[in-house]
Write a protein that binds this ligand. Structure first.
Ligand SMILES: [Zn+2]
Ligand SMILES: [Zn+2]
Length: 449
């Protein structure tokens, strides 16, 4: 199934575009080379020899020196609707996604009220069909109202189109409830995405527990608050033969648990966020909650290195931004009181390209593969540049330098962890589900005559 057939998006015009002389890279499809990418009626019609793609009536993008990748897929986004539209909504959140090169996102269910009924899912899907720039899938909560006690009507929610289930924002504290949820998941499908945190261990912590928290006198969240819960849920998933996805992996201990579970055949997948891959708890010394207060918290350099290794060996199969918009008044307060979370959709690729690819830590191909890796864990077809595929393309200028926030944001919130950073690499054009979803303002497409 194509993204347009699986998720919800505002209907638009099928793209007829040629990316002239683009450097095409799709490691999963085994494509690497300079081609004219011919997009006809919203599909990849052919990868023609450079300069030879037939252009009648198509918009032509002179893409020499630029890279065409399969567009990215983010399985972890907070669109804040219903209830907190002053932070984000379907329209602004999907515009931010398009600007970041994404052709699809999954929205979390910890809204106000949480997405717990079939009617809630249907209403959101309707909003996406009215105003989403890129396809969106909606998760529903595992427990009613995210109260952690009674399960939602999971079968009914699936029938209404919920892509999966998550109480993200909160862990599922009760092992009994978790086991029941896994039993239902086996009946109705839909991956369960887990925010792993043992609240007895995380307590009132506001940052990673270690030397930096001790020096700052701030309450810490130990790594084992995450890893012990992952171990519990991996064991439960193994027992039930169910399918789980671990969200925002942050600690080396957690990487070990996921790696061992995979080796033992557990149906488990995992994501890591750009901020956990690029930053450590040293940043918290600035006491700037707007950019550096997240849950799970930024951890040690050894944790960051473990996450990078997990990205390399596939223990972590995808990058997920955990895009979490907040308004200034929730962030411009003392560190302990500030809201948790940072935005990331508009900067994920550029940040990881700048921080990990340019220094040679990981290869460009690996980054491209992991940026689109968030679809498969939810049973969604992976974006591909293979001819015949629905067109989902991110055209990037890897040499473009820009300062984050200088031209504002597409997101309604400004709590980007990259705010003020100089990044190298920029998304110029995004084609999502066969439609041109974004083009950088200063970058024009020409119409061939
Ligand atoms: Zn979370
Ligand atoms: Zn989240």
């Amino acid at each position: 199934m194509s993204l347009a057939g699986t998720l919800d998006v505002r209907p638009g015009e099928d793209a007829n575009v040629i990316l002239r002389r683009a450097t095409v890279l799709d490691p999963v499809a085994g494509i690497e080379g300079v081609h004219d990418v011919v997009i006809r009626d919203g599909r990849i019609a052919e990868l023609a020899a450079p300069g030879e793609g037939a252009a009648e009536g198509a918009e032509v993008v002179e893409a020499e020196g630029m890279h065409a990748f399969p567009a990215f897929f983010d399985p972890h986004v907070h669109l804040r609707t219903p209830g907190h539209e002053h932070k984000e909504d379907v329209e602004t959140g999907t515009r931010a996604a398009a600007a970041g090169g994404y052709c699809g996102i999954l929205a979390m269910a910890n809204t106000e009220p949480p997405v717990s009924t079939a009617a809630d899912v249907s209403a959101l899907r309707e909003q996406a069909r009215a105003g989403a720039s890129v396809p969106v899938g909606f998760l529903a909560t595992v427990t009613r109202g995210m109260e952690g006690e009674e399960l939602t009507e999971m079968v009914e929610l699936r029938e209404a189109g919920a892509v999966g289930f998550s109480d993200d924002g909160l862990p599922i504290v009760s092992a009994r409830v978790m086991l029941r949820a896994l039993q239902y998941q086996r009946l109705c499908g839909g991956t369960i995405a887990l925010h792993e945190e043992d609240p007895e261990l995380s307590g009132a912590g506001v940052m990673h527990e270690g030397p930096v928290s001790a020096a700052l006198g701030l309450a810490g969240v130990p790594s084992v608050a995450e890893s012990t819960m992952i171990a519990r849920d991996a064991a439960l998933a193994a027992y039930e033969g169910a399918r789980i996805h671990v969200q925002h992996l942050s600690a080396a201990e957690s990487v070990e648990v996921v790696r061992a579970a995979k080796a033992a055949g557990v149906r488990i997948s995992a994501e890591a966020s750009p901020h956990h891959l690029c930053l450590t708890d040293e940043e918290v010394r600035s006491l700037d909650p707007r950019r550096f207060k997240t849950n799970p918290p930024l951890r040690r350099e050894t944790d960051r290195q473990a996450l990078i290794e997990a990205l390399r060996d596939g223990t972590v199969e995808c990058v997920a931004t955990d895009h979490a918009p907040h308004q200034a008044e929730e962030k411009e307060v003392p560190f302990e009181q500030a809201a948790m979370g940072v935005t990331g959709l508009e900067t994920a690729f550029a940040a990881l390209h700048t921080e990990l690819v340019l220094p040679g830590t990981i290869g460009l191909g690996l980054l491209v593969e992991r940026m689109a890796g968030g679809a498969a864990p939810f049973g969604i077809e992976r974006p591909s540049l293979a001819p015949g595929s629905e067109a989902n393309v991110a055209l990037c200028d890897l040499a473009a330098e820009w300062t984050v926030g200088e031209d504002g944001y597409e997101s309604r919130s400004q709590n980007s962890w990259c705010a003020g950073r100089a990044l190298t690499g920029r998304v110029m054009v995004t084609v999502a589900a066969g439609q041109v979803a974004f083009r950088l303002r200063s970058f024009s497409l020409g119409v061939a005559t």
